[in-house]
Write a protein that binds this ligand. Sequence first.
Ligand code: G4P
Length: 536
Amino acid sequence: MSELEKEIKRRRTFAIISHPDAGKTTLTEKFLLYGGAIAQAGAVKGKKNTRHAVSDWMEIEKQRGISVTSSVMQFQYEGFCINILDTPGHQDFSEDTYRTLMAADSAVMVIDASKGVENQTRKLFKVCAMRHIPIFTFINKMDRESRNPFDLCEQIEQELGIPTYPMNWPIGCGKEFKGVYDRTKRHIISFTSNDEMVFGKHKIAASEVELSDPSLDSLIGADLHAALSEDIELLDGASEDFDLEAVREGRLSPVFFGSALTNFGVEPFLESFLQMTPPPLARNSTAGVIDPFDPNFSAFVFKIQANMNKAHRDRITFMRVCSGKFDKEMDVLHVRGNKKMRLSQPQQIMAQEREIIDEAYAGDIIGVFDPGIFAIGDTVCAPSKKFEFEGIPTFAPEHFERVRPKDTMKRKQFVKGAEQIAQEGAIQIFHEPNTGMEEVIVGVVGVLQFEVFQYRMKNEYNVDIIIEGLPYSHIRWISKLPVDDVKKLKLSSDTKIVQDFRDNYLLLFSSEWNIRWALEKNEGLELAEFSRGELQ
Ligand code: G4P
């Protein structure tokens, strides 16, 4: 096997998705601890009000002590080279979070055992499902009171529409939590809450006892033993067979129960997950499917982070390497600009440190300094083989405001600022039919983006803006119009027709109910939640 093949084969690039507070940060931190990338828990994120750790690059992040944009962490574990894409989850949830998922080859979905599937998980899941990437479920916080594990699995299946396969099964929960039954190895791993974990040395608080062993009565109690035997019989009888191919195609989600905070079940999960999750996936392009093992370098831009250094107005552009090997001395082709170039100061994020790098392989994420030439979705490849990767979809914003400059003389700066910020993908701009750009409708996925927009318009473009909230919460692209003019559609009075920068028509709705109403009243109308187009 060549060096290139070896390096690419050992890469695993995934995102961890969850609703805020389900335990994503805690789980990520435990992964990093196992990989030896950080020395102690708390290094990734301290207490909420003081955390400045990983990516507080923008001024606004520092002011609020939160991270506005997502970052990437790379570490080594048991021969694997792991890239974790961090997806911001609190009120800093934004389109960036969705776009980051475009760079992942699989996703780990963390669910709080007492809450089940929550809103943000639902949204992120949808994006992963659209790409048919493997989705692994970690049901967390079993050391607390939890919902019935059968109900949790059923909720995932019903609400997310993906069959599940429990890889292990919890024995009790909360104060009664005794561990899990490993369905593959068919033994118990018992939980001792005060057991000290020695990272990297595989000290697992495991007691490998068979289900039929009478000593289990004393280990977990006769009642729990009986209940467990019953549950396992039910599971073995009822659930589908484990099918790795279905997992790899995103048609079956393996489910693991554990407790990230107490380290319970984290390492077995990581090991099993790394075996099942695929190495870098092939991607579609204008030149057909691009094999990650193709020695020619190629990558696409999935995220642009503006103004990390205010003095220089630099942006950092994050690219996912899709094939071959990147070498910092190599010439690459920026396909949209049709320009040969060298990528400037390529860097990688190792846990919380950023480092200038010399090389990277398919599966890796690199960040490069960008004077403003890149846009989301751009392809960069070896000059000898020119093609473009399939575009990154535009995701439906959920919050809308009408925006105009306070000072009408600042119209030009206003338009420039709004367009540039939209081009970076931080906001989307729309306008009402037959109006110009002196007043726009700004749409965002997460409300914090409004603040970022207002802040940047003032600080970078010197424009104060007037904002008026709008009562809409859903936007849909019209994929099929059954009439010759959009104005002939039958719409409820609180539905608004808008246009994007390319003058495509879209519909703004104030509720799901209104969307259903429009679809019912206009036979043949088709609406889309994602748009497969370039950003403005
Ligand atoms: P997030 O990134 O998904 O938002 O969640 P995060 O890891 O920050 O976890 C949210 C809260 O849940 C944290 O407590 C964390 O300690 C706790 N937690 C995570 N995993 C487990 C678990 O397995 N069991 C229990 N009992 N708790 C867990 P916090 O007090 O809100 O935050 P902090 O002040 O400790 O950082």
